[in-house]
Structure formats: structure tokens, C-alpha cells
Design a protein around this ligand. Structure first.
Ligand SMILES: [Zn+2]
Length: 340
């Protein structure tokens, strides 16, 4: 929360400072930006949860990275070479396996010569099922475009109450209060409001197909795991965290052969315990894991924090400069490292 307020207050003025100077002062030469998708048309499954950046903005963002960093391939992180480089480097990553990666993002990255790593959710690949947050967006869209009867409103309020969810407004409750464990409730709301999630998957195809993934792999993209169904790990048991992670890695290894064993935490790695990391160091070793806490050190040499890059109209220079400054300020009070 503090970082969010800090960003809102200072990102724009920090955007006027030279990135090279801040990078030198922070000593952080390697960055891992994180995106989800890019679109110029409204996507109803995202509309009420976040706004994807537009194509022109994405092109500018990539140009900023190319002017200030060299692009790198994940293989150079896996063999350790990029961390020894004198020149600054960036490793581009995308989460959730959205279909615009194939249609919009791949052509731009190929034109600019930038490799990328995409983290997939096994259950979404081939549009087999819809991420519960994407369902939430579709439900809110429907709700805002209908005149629900008083009877229906009461019925829905009762459904929320039965799940002990505080009812503020339909949209606010769904966005702020629902978790992975509320998927049955979300599906029940889909039936009540006649939002056909299965039909949406068939018509809209929000996620990459395996055929698209294979073609992207041929063109130099790398794929990793992002859990089976995208729960927030701090909300599920350790056992479930291990299952979601290992089964998704197995899925990627089976269906996207020659992929590295890399995993990006769904939502955040916040409050994920040491036990999780020990399991994946000792019992089922992974090559690398990724969080999204911004520019920050980790106590594990194979765990890296990424920088979230979808922040509305803020320029990439503002976003990256603010990360460097926040890192330096946190270092002053010894808070530039994630501790578990
Ligand atoms: Zn995700």
C-alpha cells in the first residue's frame, strides 16, 4: 500500500530523471518486466479487473527497454551468464497465457528482436476453462447492463451472505472479496445471471491454444508454469500450493517439450513459506521461480522478483525509475530484501 501511494505521488516527476544514473546508483542492472496482455479493443473478461495497455503504449515501452537495457533470453539466466554481464539487461515475461500474445505481441517482439517467456496456467491452455477473475469481470459486465429485479438482488445478497462475504455492491464484493475458494459461488452467479462462461471460451478464445504455443516456441518464445488454476498461494494450503505448482510444471514439460522448469507465482509470492521453497529445492528442483514484488532482493538465488509494467498511462521510464528509487530508499532501512 505504501509503495502504491509512493508510486502515485512520485512516478511522474521521477520520469524526468535519467534511468542510467538511477540504475548506476541502485546497482540493479538486471530487470524482469511483467506484462499480461496488450489490446486496442475492450476485452470483457478483463474490463472490470484491469485495463490492458494499448498497442502504441506497448511499442513505446519496448523501445524504452531497448534504449536502456539489452534484451536477454531466459537461457542466459538459467546458465547464470546474464547476472555476470557488465551491460544492463531485461528479461521480458508475460503471465496467464493470453491469446493476444500470439496475435499482437509476438509480431511486435519479432520485429524488435526481443525474446520473451510466457507463464501458462495448465487449466486455461486451449481455452479449457476460464480464470475465476475473468469470470468476475464478465459477471460485473452483465450486472451493469441489466436491471436486476428486487427478488434477484435479494437472492444474490443471500448467496454472498451464505459465503460470509460482506455485501457492499455487486461489483465491489466480487472484485475485492472473492477468492479461488469462491469459484462454486462465481459459477452459481453465472447461472443466475445467464452468463455462459463455456460459450465465452469458445467464441472469444481468451487464451493461447497449444498449437499457437508450439508455433511461438518455434519462434523463440519460452514457456513456464503459473499454477493449474491461478489461486493466490497465501489463501490455499501448502499441500495445494505444491500440487498446483508441480502439476503445472509437469503439464508444461509434457505438452511444451524442452521447456525449462520455471514457475511464476500466480498473483504474488507474498506469505509463501520457506517450506514451499525447500520442497522445490530439495524434492523437486526447479530452475527458477519468479515473484512480482518489484525491484527487490530475494534470500534464494534462484528466486527473482519482477516489475509489474501495466500501470495505465505512466511511461515505462516513470515506472522503472520509481522502482530504482524505491529500491534505494528501501535499502537505506534494510527493506530491499524479501524475508520469509
Ligand atoms: Zn497471473
Amino acid at each position: 500500500m505504501f509503495k502504491y501511494l509512493f508510486f502515485r505521488a512520485f512516478a511522474k516527476p521521477f520520469g524526468y530523471l535519467p534511468t542510467s544514473m538511477l540504475r548506476f546508483l541502485s546497482g540493479q542492472k538486471f530487470i524482469v518486466p511483467l506484462f499480461h496482455t496488450v489490446s486496442d479493443v475492450p476485452l470483457l473478461h478483463l474490463k472490470h479487473i484491469y485495463e490492458p495497455i494499448r498497442v502504441a503504449k506497448f511499442r513505446k515501452d519496448i523501445d524504452f527497454f531497448l534504449q536502456n537495457y539489452r534484451p536477454t533470453h531466459i537461457n542466459k539466466l538459467l546458465n547464470g551468464s546474464v547476472l555476470k554481464e557488465k551491460e544492463p539487461h531485461f528479461l521480458l515475461t508475460f503471465d496467464d497465457g493470453m491469446s493476444e500474445l500470439y496475435n499482437i505481441i509476438m509480431p511486435i517482439l519479432q520485429e524488435k528482436g526481443v525474446p520473451a517467456t510466457v507463464f501458462l496456467n495448465a487449466e486455461f491452455v486451449d481455452n479449457k476453462s476460464l480464470f475465476y477473475r475473468h469470470k468476475v469481470s464478465l459477471l460485473i459486465e452483465k450486472w451493469q447492463n441489466m436491471q436486476p429485479s428486487l427478488a434477484l438482488q435479494n437472492e444474490i445478497q443471500a448467496l454472498f451472505l451464505a459465503e460470509k462475504l460482506p455485501f457492499t455492491t455487486f461489483a465491489q464484493t466480487l472484485i475485492e472479496e472473492t477468492q479461488h475458494k469462491h469459484i462454486p459461488l462465481i459459477d452459481a452467479l453465472g447461472e443466475k445471471l445467464e452468463v455462459d462462461f463455456a460459450n465465452y471460451l469458445v467464441k472469444q478464445k481468451p487464451y493461447l491454444s497449444l498449437a499457437q504455443i508450439h508455433e511461438m516456441q518455434q519462434k523463440g518464445f519460452t514457456f513456464g508454469a503459473h499454477s493449474l488454476s491461478h489461486p493466490q498461494y497465501s489463501h490455499v494450503s501448502l499441500e495445494e500450493q505444491l500440487r498446483q505448482t508441480q502439476a503445472c510444471i509437469e503439464f508444461v514439460l509434457k505438452y511444451v517439450p524442452n521447456s525449462p522448469k520455471v514457475f511464476a507465482f500466480p498473483f504474488t509470492d507474498f506469505e509463501v513459506s520457506k517450506d514451499f521453497f525447500s520442497y522445490f529445492q530439495q524434492k523437486y528442483p526447479l530452475d527458477f521461480t519468479f515473484g512480482c514484488a518489484g525491484l527487490k532482493k530475494s534470500e534464494y538465488s534462484t528466486h527473482i522478483q519482477r516489475i509489474e509494467c501495466e500501470k495505465g498511462d505512466y511511461s515505462m521510464k516513470s515506472i522503472i525509475n520509481t522502482e530504482h528509487i524505491f529500491y534505494m530508499l528501501s535499502a537505506l532501512i534494510g527493506k530491499n530484501k524479501v524475508l520469509r
